[in-house]
Design a protein around this ligand. Structure first.
Ligand code: FMN
Length: 243
């Protein structure tokens, strides 16, 4: 399958089969993803691969922690160790976020405004949607925006490589809300912060959430082809011209 085909085929999967993923396959994905480019080859990524009892413990303790939070209310701020979005979010991003949220909740039969049901559905994030493998991505907290740029490339590489070997994924920034639980269970060093999590496994094609299709804005709406510009003389050229 070509890269272009993979780019079109990849999607976020939110329902997995309990079928285990061989460790060699996880290694193959991470090895391929490690070929991602990064500025001055700094490779800022760190990955914790959770399976079996470790994954179950993270899920159990996160869900227990979540139960202590006030239900049906917005989770308390700050969400994580970094801000994902500005508050309040603005157009066109706000509408795009709402569109995908409504579409997903509609597939899952959650009525608009039903906070109790939304709470339960959002909680599936913290079960890795039933995936046998949970990935936690961290970065050195002293690294800056350039390294976060590199990180996004790496995440997409993991997702495409997974797709290439018949697996599916869902990147999950939601995990950053529970960085303290992750820190304890994964024994994260103090200099690392949680970027996001990712579910990895075999898609359950019967899961209603996996019927979701997402839209993209057309190329014309975000790309500008600049093939003729008015030539603006530099200050040096201007001073030459006046001699
Ligand atoms: C960095 C990142 C974080 C994300 N976090 C979550 C998340 O916490 N929970 C979730 O269900 N989906 C999450 N998603 C999936 C997005 O909602 C999804 O990529 C988007 O709606 C486009 O859909 P597609 O991936 O199926 O093409 C995340 C995606 C990215 C790239």
């Amino acid at each position: 399958m070509s890269v272009i085909e993979l780019l079109h085929r990849r999607r976020s999967v939110r329902g997995f089969l309990p079928k285990p993923v061989p460790r060699e396959l996880i290694m193959k994905i991470l090895e391929a993803a490690s070929r991602s480019p990064s500025g001055t080859n700094m490779q800022p990524w760190r990955v914790y691969v959770l399976t079996g009892e470790a994954k179950d413990r993270l899920v159990r303790e996160t869900l227990a922690r979540r139960e202590q939070e006030p239900h049906r209310e917005k989770p308390p701020k700050p969400f994580g160790e970094y801000d994902y979005n500005p508050e309040p979010l603005f157009e066109p991003y706000l509408s795009r976020r709402r569109t995908v949220g409504f579409a997903l909740y509609q597939l899952l039969g959650v009525a608009h405004g039903d906070r109790a049901a939304s709470w339960i559905i959002a909680g599936r994030n913290f079960e890795f949607f039933g995936a046998p493998v949970g990935l936690i991505f961290t970065i050195d907290k002293s690294l800056q925006q350039g390294s976060w740029l590199d990180y996004g490339i790496f995440l997409q590489s993991v997702m495409l490589a997974a797709n290439d070997v018949g697996l599916d994924t869902c990147a999950q920034a939601a995990w950053r809300h529970y960085h303290d639980v992750i820190r304890r269970i994964c024994k994260l060093p103090d200099n690392e912060i949680v970027v996001c999590g990712m579910s990895l496994g075999y898609a359950d094609d019967d899961a209603p959430a996996n019927k979701l299709t997402t839209e993209r804005a057309p190329v014309e709406s975000f790309a500008t082809f600049v093939d003729a510009v008015d030539r603006v003389a530099s200050p040096a050229e201007e001073s030459h011209a006046s001699v």
